[in-house]
Ligand binder design. Structure first.
Ligand SMILES: Nc1nc(O)c(N)c(N[C@@H]2O[C@H](COP(=O)(O)O)[C@@H](O)[C@H]2O)n1
Length: 149
């Protein structure tokens, strides 16, 4: 489905791991520091400020993600409508803040970038490769924006 020169990323032990939201590149958003994009993204699901802070101080991105997966704290009503924008904003800040992932992203030319997430057909390509790959698309959009700067 994807061209031969497609760049796949996912685990922190694999090539191109800098593109993952789990990579250790923090972002300043809403006047505070978030250890990773994943911390910020997961926290934005909730109106509950105490719970958002609990996610913000989570040790690892996998802990932030686990906290964000709970449905015991209500999700904000508009989450489905705003989540793509939340992700785009945070990914933009990450690549504008940190030179190493920015240079790596710019080095990818026009290659397709795909989050090779086997269980995620929204942000990644999913188990059959036919997922929406929204995170890969956002990365390619940010790459275009950085080139235009
Ligand atoms: N490393 C990693 N592990 C997973 O299990 C994943 N699903 C992902 N993908 C990332 O998960 C975030 C989306 O979470 P929601 O399902 O919307 O809560 C997003 O950062 C994906 O890139 N990565």
């Amino acid at each position: 489905m994807y061209p031969a020169d497609t760049i796949y990323f996912y685990a922190q032990t694999d090539d191109w791991s800098e593109f993952s939201n789990f990579a250790p590149y923090g972002v300043a958003m809403d006047d505070v520091w978030w250890r990773t994009v994943e911390h910020y993204f997961q926290a934005q699901k909730f109106h509950d400020a105490d719970y958002r802070e609990r996610i913000r101080v989570a040790n690892k991105p996998k802990d932030a993600k686990a906290l964000g997966m709970t449905r015991q704290i209500p999700l904000r009503d508009d989450w489905e409508a705003i989540k793509d924008g939340v992700m785009l904003d945070a990914v933009r800040v990450k690549f504008r803040t940190h030179e190493a992932p920015r240079e790596l992203l710019l080095s990818t030319g026009e290659s397709m970038i795909v989050e090779n997430a086997p269980m995620d057909s929204y942000w990644g390509c999913g188990p059959d490769g036919n997922g929406l790959n929204k995170l890969g698309r956002i990365l390619m959009q940010v790459r275009d924006e950085l080139r235009r700067d």
